[in-house]
Design a protein around this ligand. Structure first.
Ligand code: SF4
Length: 380
C-alpha cells in the first residue's frame, strides 16, 4: 500500500467534503439528531457519557416526554429527575443536569449559553460536552475529542502508544482542531464520531468501506490492528455487599440513605436497603451492621435468611449482592430512613443495585410469606 495522502490545504478540504458527504448520506437516525435544539443535544450528550446508544434510547425518549424543555426540567423536583434516570447509572449526571437546568433558567434566560467559558461553568459540563453542544447546536468552531474520535485520528496519523497519555491526548486535540471543518463544525464532529462508531471500530474496522482511507496512515503502514494500543485497565476489584430486606407485619420495609463507603459506587446517594461491605460471614457482619446503625437485633430470633445472590458490575468493580430477608416487629423511625411498602420500592428513584435487591425481596415475599405469622428479628 502506498503512502497516505497528506493534509495540504487543498487535500484537507477534499477530506472534509468526503467525510461530511458520507455522514449526511449514512448517518443513523437517532432522536437527538432530529433537531439542533441545544436542550435536546445537551441531554443526549450527558446521557451518552459512558453509556451505549442502545441503552440510552428508551431513557432519552421518556425523559424528553416528561421534560420537553429546560424550564420543565428546572421546575421538577430532583426525585422526579432521578426516577426517570433510575437504571441508567452514574446518577451524578442527573443531579448535575438538573442543577444546570436551574442555572440556565435563572442566569441565561432559559437558553444553553453560547460562550464556551459560560458553558464550562455549568455543573456537569466538561470540555468535550461543551464542544459537542456548542458545535452541534450553534455551529461553534470547537472540535470534540472522545474515544471514538481519538481512535480515528490516531489511525489516520499513525499515532502509536497509549492515546490517553497526556502528551498524546493533547496532540490529538490539536489535530482534531486543525482538521475541523469550520463551515459546518457540528456535522463534522458528528461525522468523525459516527465513523469511529460504525466503520473505524476498535476491532476489525471496515477499511474497504471507509471514504477517507486514502488519508489513513495506519492502513498504509499495515498498523490498523495495533492502533490504538490497548488500554491498561485496572484489575477488577471484587467486593461483596450484604443488604437487609426487613419486613414488618404490614408488608413494609426500611430504606436508608447511606453516606458510607460505597456511596456513589453502588447506591448513588439514593434510597437503598441497609447494606454493608462484607468479607467472610455475610450474615453475621450484616447483623452487626443492623444492630450498630438501626438498633435491630437479629440474634433474638430466626437469623437473617439468605436470598439468591445477584451479580452487579460497576466500571472496574465486580460486585456480588447478597440479599438477606428478616421479619421484624417494628421498623425504626430514624433520621435518613424511610418506611415504605416493599411492593412500592421500584416506583422510587433507586439505583439498579437496589432494584435487584428489591426484586429478590418481592419474589421471596410472594412465594414464602403468605399466611405466615411471627417475627424473627427483635424489635427496637
Ligand atoms: Fe479507520 Fe480503516 Fe478508515 Fe483508516 S482506513 S480511518 S483504519 S476505517
Amino acid at each position: 500500500m502506498g503512502r497516505p495522502e497528506q493534509f495540504t490545504p487543498h487535500s484537507l478540504t477534499k477530506f472534509q467534503d468526503k467525510l461530511i458527504e458520507w455522514f449526511r448520506t449514512n448517518r443513523r437516525a437517532l432522536p437527538w439528531r432530529a433537531s439542533r435544539d441545544s436542550y435536546r443535544v445537551w441531554v443526549a450528550e450527558i446521557m451518552l457519557q459512558q453509556t451505549r446508544i442502545a441503552a440510552v434510547l428508551p431513557y432519552y425518549e421518556r425523559f424528553l416526554a416528561r421534560f420537553p424543555d429546560v424550564r420543565s426540567l428546572a421546575k421538577a423536583p430532583e426525585t422526579d429527575v432521578l426516577k426517570l434516570w433510575s437504571g441508567l447509572g452514574y446518577y451524578s449526571r442527573a443531579r448535575n443536569l438538573h442543577r444546570a437546568a436551574k442555572e440556565i433558567v435563572s442566569r441565561h434566560a432559559g437558553k444553553f449559553p453560547q460562550k464556551l467559558d459560560e458553558a464550562l461553568r455549568l455543573p456537569g459540563i466538561g470540555r468535550y460536552t461543551a464542544a459537542a453542544v456548542l458545535s452541534i447546536a450553534y455551529d461553534a468552531p470547537l472540535a470534540v475529542l472522545d474515544g471514538n474520535v481519538a481512535r480515528v485520528l490516531a489511525r489516520l496519523r499513525g499515532v502509536r502508544g497509549d492515546l490517553r497519555s497526556n502528551g498524546r491526548w493533547q496532540r490529538l486535540n490539536q489535530l482534531a482542531q486543525h482538521l475541523l471543518a469550520h463551515t459546518t463544525p457540528g456535522d463534522w464532529n458528528q461525522a468523525l464520531m459516527e465513523l469511529g462508531e460504525t466503520v473505524c471500530t476498535p476491532q476489525s474496522p471496515r477499511c474497504d468501506e471507509c471514504r477517507v482511507s486514502r488519508w489513513c496512515g495506519a492502513r498504509a503502514l499495515g498498523l490498523v490492528e495495533v492502533i490504538p494500543a490497548p488500554r491498561r485497565k485496572p484489575a477488577p476489584v471484587r467486593m461483596k455487599i450484604a443488604a437487609a430486606i426487613l419486613r414488618d407485619a404490614r408488608g413494609r420495609t426500611l430504606l436508608v440513605r447511606d453516606p458510607g463507603a460505597h456511596e456513589g459506587v453502588l447506591f448513588s446517594r439514593m434510597w437503598q436497603f441497609p447494606a454493608v461491605a462484607v468479607s467472610r460471614d455475610a450474615a453475621t457482619e450484616l447483623a452487626a451492621h443492623l444492630r450498630a446503625t438501626l438498633g435491630i437485633d437479629c440474634a433474638n430470633g430466626t437469623p437473617l435468611q439468605a436470598l439468591r445472590a445477584a451479580r452487579h458490575g460497576v466500571t472496574f468493580r465486580n460486585i456480588t449482592l447478597l440479599p438477606f430477608f428478616a421479619r421484624v416487629e417494628k421498623l425504626p423511625r430514624l433520621p435518613r430512613t424511610r418506611i415504605i411498602a416493599l411492593d412500592h420500592i421500584t416506583n422510587l428513584p433507586i439505583s439498579s443495585a437496589t432494584r435487584k435487591i428489591a426484586v429478590a425481596g418481592q419474589r421471596h415475599s410472594t412465594t414464602n410469606l403468605k399466611g405466615l405469622g411471627g417475627y424473627s428479628a427483635g424489635g427496637i
